[in-house]
Design a protein around this ligand. Structure first.
Ligand code: TYM
Length: 330
């Protein structure tokens, strides 16, 4: 029997190169080896206000991009989080099995507080407990995520162990699967911060639906340094190291071969080559995306995914509810 793998992406804004390299690419690479469950985390994204019209568009785009990036619905189960009502229900149960102290320690939340972000919602604070439910309800062995989500998977492991100790073996303890290369793709404009949808400079983030011309421009103006050497050194050359990671992840060429290949060449030549590789990937993805986005294949795949995922999720929720005593029947 194949081992199971599960992961999700929030459809907040457009998917970008960081979410592709850190997560989506792994779902695709592993779909032959593992039983992959890939969902769209549409509850997670409303922890911050989303314009409803834009959100609806982003949802379809997100499914279309899963497919355009190579996820095969014959191999992977693709579904919307809200189509499986059991996620939210188990989410509340997980919330009741997680301590405030644990949630207070979550880096993503702490960063938002430290930055003085206003009007943080209860959803932002408790979102790791919903994420635990998303994961545990399918009993995956592995959860492929970028570096920033590792802490949430570790919390999931702690909560699952606590639950198993209290109520008897119920959940498989999942392992985070962090890619060796590209677990944290950085902003092109500020290579000390993560490439993200909330990047204040649009120039720092390459969206999968950016025109190749726009993406090329962003790469050519990526912040570098004055050391004039293509060398992987995240401390002294974070910008160049970030471009090396992107190039390596998309070509499969290792860091030292990249350093040798560009030895003695200027940053302009290196950036041009990185841009060529990124643009040809974007063209490939966008070609498929354009075929998919206006077809009704998206609805069909989600309906199919819902049918498959629901059976597993409902059975697990039922087991949990019986174990904790909130059902009358045994
Ligand atoms: P989200 O939507 O912020 O990010 C989706 C995935 O992309 C990875 N990622 C990155 N990887 C490398 N470099 C970057 N710059 C970069 N930006 C994003 C993230 O680590 C993540 O793997 N809470 C999750 C979604 C979620 C989930 C789950 C994931 C909800 N339930 C259950 C796994 C299992 C999130 O907000 O990811």
């Amino acid at each position: 029997m194949k081992k199971r793998m599960l992961s999700g992406i929030k459809p907040t804004g457009q998917l970008h190169l960081g979410s592709y390299i850190g997560a989506l690419k792994q779902f695709v690479d592993y779909q032959d080896e593992y039983e992959v469950f890939a969902f769209i985390a549409n509850l997670h994204c409303i922890t911050v206000y989303q314009d409803p019209i834009e959100l609806r568009k982003n949802l379809r785009d997100c499914v279309a991009l899963y497919l355009a990036c190579g996820l095969d619905p014959e191999k992977a189960t693709i579904f919307l989080q809200t189509d499986i009502k059991a996620h939210a229900q188990l989410g509340f149960i997980m919330n009741c099995n997680t301590y405030m102290g644990e949630l207070n320690r979550m880096t993503q939340y702490k960063d938002k507080v430290a930055k003085g972000e206003k009007n943080l919602t209860g959803g932002i604070f408790t979102y790791p407990t919903l994420m635990s439910a998303d994961i545990l309800i399918y009993e995956p062995h592995y959860v492929p995520v970028g570096e920033d989500q590792k802490q949430h998977v570790e919390l999931t492991r702690d909560v699952a162990n606590r639950f198993n100790n209290r109520y008897g073996k119920t959940f498989t303890i999942p392992e985070p699967l962090i890619p060796k290369i590209g677990a944290r793709i950085m902003s092109l404009q500020d290579p000390t911060t993560k490439m993200s949808k909330s990047d204040h400079s649009d120039k720092g983030c390459i969206y999968l639906l950016d025109s190749p011309k726009k993406a090329r421009k962003k790469i050519m103006s990526a912040k570098t340094d004055d050391l004039a050497q293509v060398k992987f050194d995240t401390v002294n050359q974070p910008g160049i190291s970030n471009l090396i990671q992107i190039y390596s992840s998309l070509t499969g060429i290792n860091f030292s071969d990249i350093e040798t290949k560009f030895d003695g060449l200027g940053y302009g030549d290196f950036k041009k080559e990185v841009a060529n590789v990124v643009c040809s990937k974007l063209e490939e993805i966008q070609g498929k995306y354009n075929e998919i986005i206006n077809s009704n294949i998206i609805e069909e795949i989600l309906a199919d995914g819902k049918t498959k995922a629901e059976v597993l999720a409902n059975a697990k929720l039922d087991e949990v509810q019986r174990k904790i005593g909130i059902e009358i029947k045994m």
